[in-house]
Unconditional design. Structure first.
Lengths: 227, 227
């Protein structure tokens, strides 16, 4: 590429990165707000999360158009192409994360605001862990920081353990309070959505690692903790 | 494009379509086998579904490489570019569908094979509905059939109703048989996975429609049934 093309490519990539940071911020925010809405039974806030998800979807579409344009016009090679494809895929995963936050928000109006069930109080800590993973992995992407990407993957094991513990707590609560079963079932889905957010943050971390290093993250990189 | 380029592009697109058909067939098969494994408590079959998911992931990666190569080398415009981008996105969604089937398969070993719970028998019909939607939407893609895509979107309402009814049945069963709660919770997740498969088939149907017609599917096209 000549100097002009290189500069144009750098601008394009900068724009792509900016859009993904924006998506990531919105997704993180969506998780936090969805969990707040759940805690406070705040239907209006839940509705806000659902509306914000449309914005995430729109930015994803914009990333896609831009990535296709970059590939078609600039014909990037090797490391540059790897970065554009990574951006395209990461945008897809962040959109999925936004969907999980939206799914949590959708449950808020289904939960009885009058008779709050006690186990709802154990979920926010899990929500914070998930939203931190999303924050950290997008930070790793912005800084091309493969070591931070590895840390995100490692932290997913803790989120999975948390989920298993919450699952057991919720089922025990259902057994002891059969009248609350349909309410607690919603919380089971919320916990599952948070666990899936962690899985997706892990996927992004693996993509960030690959884009930064050109090699796949191995078990050795992540302390041999994952499958 | 000159005749040579057009022919090369047609070959590329043909290859892309072939890969997606292959992925779709594997995903449909994964749903059917996961549901069979669940019914018969067949751990070996469940393991097979998990192994086959790796194959789906590999084909998705192949679609991605091919799509990027087509965009970079052939610089397709308008309807051709729309088709390549649709293929890329559809591959991503079919991969998600494969993940849901894998998630169902993962639950098989967690379900008690000795004391089979009765409501497990209501799930296969829902599984068939979901796998038919996947079959039909890939058929619509292969034939560029926008009318069939609309039918798939319409059938999602029936799947959603089925899910709601199963959800109520499972919760009632939990209330009446508190000892089975942790078992039935797995079935709730299975039903939810099938419902999400339907949502994703709907997404693919909308992409097929857009690729075929160049316009977004409207409420009018789908009989005004959807949101």
């Amino acid at each position: 590429m000549n100097t002009h093309t290189v500069k144009a490519f750098d601008n394009d990539i900068g724009e792509l990165r900016g859009l993904i940071s924006q998506m990531g911020g919105l997704a993180e925010d969506a998780i936090d707000k969805a969990m707040q809405a759940l805690q406070r039974n705040d239907i209006a806030l839940a509705e806000q999360v659902r509306a914000a998800d449309k914005q995430i979807d729109m930015i994803e579409a914009e990333v896609e158009r831009l990535a296709v344009r970059i590939i078609a016009l600039r014909a990037p090679m090797a490391v540059d192409l790897r970065e554009v494809v990574a951006a395209l895929k990461i945008a897809g995963v962040v959109e999925r994360i936004g969907d999980y936050a939206k799914n949590i928000a959708k449950r808020v109006p289904m939960i009885d605001g009058e008779h709050r069930i006690e186990p709802i109080s154990i979920l926010p800590a899990m929500g914070r862990m998930a939203s931190e993973m999303v924050h950290d992995v997008l930070d790793a992407f912005a800084k091309r920081d493969s070591a931070e990407a590895v840390r995100v993957v490692e932290s997913d094991a803790a989120l999975d353990d948390f989920y298993d513990s919450i699952f057991r707590t919720l089922v025990t609560y259902m057994v002891e309070n059969p009248k609350t079963i349909s309410q607690v079932a919603h919380l089971l889905f919320v916990a599952k959505n948070l666990e899936r957010i962690g899985d997706h943050a892990t996927n992004v971390a693996e993509m960030v690692y690959f884009a930064a290093t050109g090699t796949q993250m191995t078990d050795r990189d992540r302390g041999g903790l994952q499958e």
